[in-house]
Every structure is written in structure tokens, then in C-alpha cells.
Design a protein around this ligand. Structure first.
Ligand code: PEP
Ligand code: MG
Length: 591
């Protein structure tokens, strides 16, 4: 029609992390990076910009006070006093006025101005030959980061306030940003960064929000208000799709829904192969809200409760009572099936306020998970006590994350025993025989599984990290996602070794990494001798479908061929061929 302009369709392929086909308008979020994006403003916008700054300062002040209180309760006043210096920075009128003057003068948004002024102050202080003053430079950088985060956080508030369904388009979303998504309006999200086992992807699956990540430049391609079509299973995104494309996907979506509703019928059927071999399916959960979905999707029990999300969601440290309540709720909901509570797997990539260590250059190799818990025994013991108290519900088990040497298991067990003694003295009940397990997700732990075995009752293979650490491939980095290979011979050999050790020692082995939730890889894991698969509840039906269509003898044969292979691609092909033969519908609903 004359005068009407139609934008042409742009197709992008990313990494599909949460299935579902949707078409909605795009809502673009301001990138939440540390680098400030510069935007010109008009003189009329200056007061608004100053209000944004002042509000971010107030939030920052309140947060620091809150963190200080929390840290003082958990770690003592000595640690909490470092936050006095942070308060001084956030209340410093000279600094604040300097930022406001520059906004007025340069007519640009607050973020780049704040960064420039803060860098100037920090650089000046860093050069002073006085250790007290030069340390203040680090305080200024810390506080600036926090103010920037509060300024950026507005975009998330803006997301929560939207009144119409939309697709969120963002440079990146942190796991806690994803956890706070309001599903009524956020129908899907797509991001420049991210990969299939990033924690943001895990949250998307947990919330069952279709998502495609690792698109590299979607924030540059899509504009606010563009129509966006997403196929979350295949990782496809169409910006301004044509009428024909929308129709094509309407038919595909109907087909997917049909398959999903057929799989839902498996809910009460046992996860048993055609030749009668049982492979229990348990659930990975991050939020208590997911508990209802476990039984509803046909899983039994929790194979992995990622308790760090209790911390991330609340922006503060939940105390013993609050944790106890959460664990009891999980235990009651699954009774008599087991609930494996993993102790905090916090690291610099997902630390709660007050525990960040901005100096860590390589947080995935840093002070995280069991290391952080052992270096903060009060924090750890609070959690251990809560788990022990909850263990009067005897289905509760405990599991340590990111173990890399046997001493960590022994030290954690020592603290656990200390907590048991303290509880006994106070006459508080708990399960003396609580089962203890450890994640096997660091190659060194896999290779000394025989040395760790006498200290635990079960292993849980965290393949997300096991692959990351074995192959030296950042699990969250889309630029190296092609090197992240679950079927790499090194991974297959490590799994094989751990399972053999486990069987020899009479232990139980679960896989709780994403490999267990990949239908194409399930026969391989079963053939390697894994006892249990723990997957996000939404994946349970398709995994059960595969198990029920599989002969255990075929799985064993597949695993033997894989162990004798010399190429990751060959193993992957063997896995895909088997699924093509027994359960081809799987390819319609997963990537
Ligand atoms: C894993 O590493 O495979 C795992 C299950 O733990 P997370 O994804 O929480 O690191
Ligand atoms: Mg892990």
C-alpha cells in the first residue's frame, strides 16, 4: 500500500535455552554492563537526570547499611566496619556536586559522568603515599559500581511495570534479574550474551520462559516495539517476521503443543526402559515456587536444590530460620522421595551484596562454592544447622559443590559434625545418619573419586562445570560455545571412571548437569551406568519419554561404542542416530 513502510524480516540464530514459540513486541532493556552508555540529554532533561542520580544514591546508601548489618550478624563487627568507608563515599557532597555540575555542563546522562568523576577521584587517591588514603580509591570504585547497578536496575523496574506482553531484549541478564522476571508480561527473552548452561539459561528453564541467548547483536538489530518471533527450542529469532513466517510458526507451535500434551500423559508412568531397567528422574530446583511442578511433571524428589538462589533472590543473607523453613517446605512436598540440598554454590559471578571480591580476575576459578563456605565458617554453619534441623524429615540429604580435593570434603564434614554436636547439646533434633554426597564437577575430583568415596554416600555429576573445567571453556561465553562438547572423549572417560568407582564402593551416582536433561544424551549416560537423572521439571516428560522407548541393552552398546570412539562428533552422531530411531519427536521440541 502506498506510503506504508514495512520493515523487512531479519533472521538470527542463537542458542535456544528454553523451548516455546512466541510472537510479541520487543522491549529493549538498557545494557547492564559496567561500561556506561553515553546519551545526550536536553537542558529540560537535566533535573530528571539529577533525580535519577539522587535516587540511586539513596538506594545505594540503604543497601550498604543493610549489608553492613547482615555482615555484622554473620561475620562480626570487624568485617562490617569496612562499610563505614563506603557510606562516607556515598554521602560525600563534594563528589556528588561534582557529578551534578558535569551533567549540567556536558548535557549527557549520569552514568558516563559518574564514571569519569569517580575515576578521577580514585586515581588521585591511589597516587597518594598514604596507605589509608590510597585504599579509599578501592572504596570509591566499589561504591560507584553499586550506584551504577542501581541506575541500571531502573530498567528492570521498568520491565516489571510493563502492562502488555512482550519479549525482553537485553545485552545480558544476571541470574537474579532472570529470577525476578514477571511471567505475566515477559513472554520470552533474548540476549546478546549467554550460553546453554549459564545460570541465566537455567533460570529461564526453571521459569519456563522461552529464551534464546548468545545472539551477539540482537540489541543492535531489534528496536523497541519491533515484532519478534522466537523458537526457543531451535534458538531461532525473527525480527519483524513476515506474515508467511508467522503462519509457518503458528502451525509448528500447534505441533509442539500436541507432542507436549502427549508427553504429559506419562506423568504417572515409571521411568523404566523397555527391558525393565529403572532410572529415577528427580528435579533440579532453584526456587521454592518450582516445587509444585516436580510431581506435576512426573519427576520424584529433588536431585539438586540450588540453595544459592535463596540468597540471590532476597538480595540479603537469609538466616537459619528462613533457610530451615525453605528446606522443610521442600522436604514435606516430596516426602518420601529424597531431597538433595546442595550447600551454597556462590561465586564472584553470583555473590550476594557484601561478599563480592571485585579483585577476583577469574571468578570461576576463585573463592567460590565449598571454598567460600570453608573460608566463611559462620555463613556455612548457619546453612548446615538449618539443613540438619530440617533433616528430622528423613528424606533430606546434603551435598557439597565444587569439591576439588578430598580435604575439602573432610573439612566440610568436620564442620557438619561440629554443628551436630552443638545441636545435640541444645537438645535440638536432627537426623544423625543424614546422607552426605559431593558434586563431581571439577576434573581433579573426578580423578580422585576413589579417594573421596569413603567420605560420602553418593556422587552427583555436575556436567555443566565438569565440561567447563575439563575443556577450559567458559560455560557462559557464547564465543566459545562451539567448543563446549558434552560428548568429548575426556568427558565420557571421566563419567565412566566416576561411575565405576561409585559402583565399586557401593555409592549412588546421579547426573544433575544439563547433560541429563538433553534427551539425545540420556541413553549414553544410562549406558555408562548412571543411576539417576536430575533435570529441570519442565524437561522431565521428554526424558521419561526417551527412557521408556529405550532398551537398556542398546544404551550399554551405545556407551561401549562411545568409549571406543576417538571423536566427539562421532559419539554425538551415534547418540542422535539412536534417538532418531526410537523417539524422533524429541527433535521437534528440543534443539
Ligand atoms: C553443574 O555444574 O553441572 C551443576 C549442576 O551445577 P551448576 O549448574 O549450578 O553449576
Ligand atoms: Mg556446578
Amino acid at each position: 500500500m502506498a506510503g506504508e513502510y514495512t520493515k523487512s524480516e531479519v533472521a538470527l540464530k542463537g542458542i535456544g535455552v528454553s523451548p516455546g514459540i512466541v510472537v510479541f513486541k520487543a522491549l529493549l532493556l538498557t545494557p547492564q554492563t559496567d561500561k556506561a552508555v553515553q546519551r545526550s540529554i536536553t537542558p529540560e532533561e537535566v533535573p530528571l537526570e539529577i533525580v535519577r542520580f539522587e535516587e540511586a544514591l539513596i538506594s545505594t546508601h540503604d543497601q550498604i547499611k543493610h549489608i553492613q548489618k547482615q555482615v555484622s550478624e554473620v561475620l562480626g563487627d570487624e568485617h562490617a566496619s569496612i562499610f563505614d568507608a563506603h557510606i562516607l563515599v556515598v554521602d560525600d557532597r563534594t563528589f556528588i556536586e561534582d557529578v551534578i555540575r558535569s551533567i549540567k555542563k556536558e548535557l549527557i546522562n549520569v552514568e558516563p559522568v559518574l564514571q569519569t568523576v569517580a575515576n578521577r577521584y580514585a586515581d588521585m587517591l591511589a597516587q597518594v603515599q598514604d596507605s589509608y588514603l590510597s585504599e579509599r580509591a578501592a572504596d570509591i570504585r566499589d561504591v560507584t559500581k553499586r550506584i551504577m547497578a542501581n541506575l541500571a536496575g531502573e530498567s528492570l523496574d521498568q520491565m516489571k511495570q510493563i502492562k502488555e506482553p512482550c519479549v525482553v531484549v537485553a545485552h545480558d541478564l544476571s541470574p537474579s534479574d532472570t529470577a525476578s522476571i514477571d511471567k505475566t508480561n515477559v513472554k520470552a527473552f533474548i540476549t546478546d550474551l549467554g550460553s546453554s548452561t549459564s545460570h541465566t539459561a537455567i533460570m529461564a528453564k526453571a521459569l519456563e520462559v522461552p529464551a534464546v541467548v548468545g545472539l551477539h547483536n540482537i540489541t543492535a538489530v531489534a528496536s523497541h516495539g519491533d515484532t519478534v518471533l522466537i523458537d526457543g527450542a531451535k534458538g531461532l529469532v525473527f525480527v519483524n517476521p513476515s506474515e508467511e513466517r508467522i503462519e509457518e510458526y503458528r502451525i509448528k507451535a500447534a505441533g509442539q503443543e500436541q507432542i507436549i500434551s502427549e508427553l504429559a500423559q506419562l506423568r504417572d508412568k515409571p521411568p523404566e526402559t523397555k527391558d525393565g531397567y529403572l532410572v529415577p528422574i528427580t528435579a533440579n530446583i532453584e526456587l521454592l515456587a518450582e516445587l509444585d511442578g516436580v510431581d506435576a511433571r512426573g519427576a520424584k524428589g529433588i536431585g539438586l536444590f540450588r540453595t544459592e538462589f535463596l540468597f540471590l533472590g532476597s538480595k540479603s543473607l537469609p538466616g537459619e530460620e528462613e533457610q530451615l523453613e525453605a528446606y522443610v517446605e521442600a522436604a514435606k512436598s516430596q516426602d518420601p522421595s529424597p531431597v538433595v540440598i546442595r550447600t551454597l554454590d556462590l561465586g564472584a559471578d553470583k555473590l550476594p551484596a557484601g561478599f563480592e571480591n571485585p579483585d577476583e580476575l577469574n571468578p570461576f576459578l576463585g573463592d567460590r562454592a565449598i571454598r567460600l563456605c570453608l573460608s566463611h565458617p559462620e555463613l556455612f554453619k548457619t546453612q548446615l544447622r538449618a539443613i540438619l534441623r530440617a533433616s528430622v524429615h528423613e528424606n533430606i540429604r546434603i551435598m557439597y559443590p565444587m569439591v576439588s580435593c578430598v580435604q575439602e570434603v573432610m573439612d566440610a564434614n568436620t564442620l557438619l559434625r561440629q554443628c551436630m554436636m552443638e545441636l545435640s547439646k541444645s537438645g535440638i533434633a536432627f537426623n544423625q545418619d543424614i546422607q552426605i554426597g559431593t558434586m563431581i564437577e571439577v576434573p581433579s575430583a573426578a580423578l580422585i573419586a576413589d579417594i573421596i568415596a569413603p567420605h560420602v554416600s553418593f556422587f552427583s555429576l555436575g556436567t555443566n562445570d565438569l565440561i567447563q573445567y575439563t575443556m577450559a571453556v567458559d560455560r557462559g561465553n557464547e564465543n566459545v560455545a562451539h567448543l563446549y562438547k558434552p560428548t568429548h572423549m575426556a568427558i565420557i572417560r571421566l563419567i565412566d571412571y566416576v561411575v565405576k568407582v561409585s559402583q565399586k564402593n557401593g555409592l549412588w551416582t546421579c547426573v544433575c548437569g544439563q547433560m541429563a536433561a538433553s534427551p539425545q544424551l540420556v541413553p549414553l549416560l544410562i549406558g555408562l551406568g548412571v543411576d539417576e537423572l536430575s533435570v529441570s521439571p519442565s524437561q522431565a516428560p521428554v526424558i521419561k519419554d526417551v527412557i521408556r522407548k529405550l532398551y537398556y541393552s542398546d544404551a550399554v552398546e551405545l556407551a561401549q561404542k562411545a568409549l571406543n570412539s576417538s571423536s566427539s562428533e562421532h559419539v554425538q552422531q551415534l547418540c542422535y542416530d539412536l534417538i532418531e530411531k526410537i523417539a524422533p519427536e524429541v527433535f521437534e521440541i528440543s534443539g
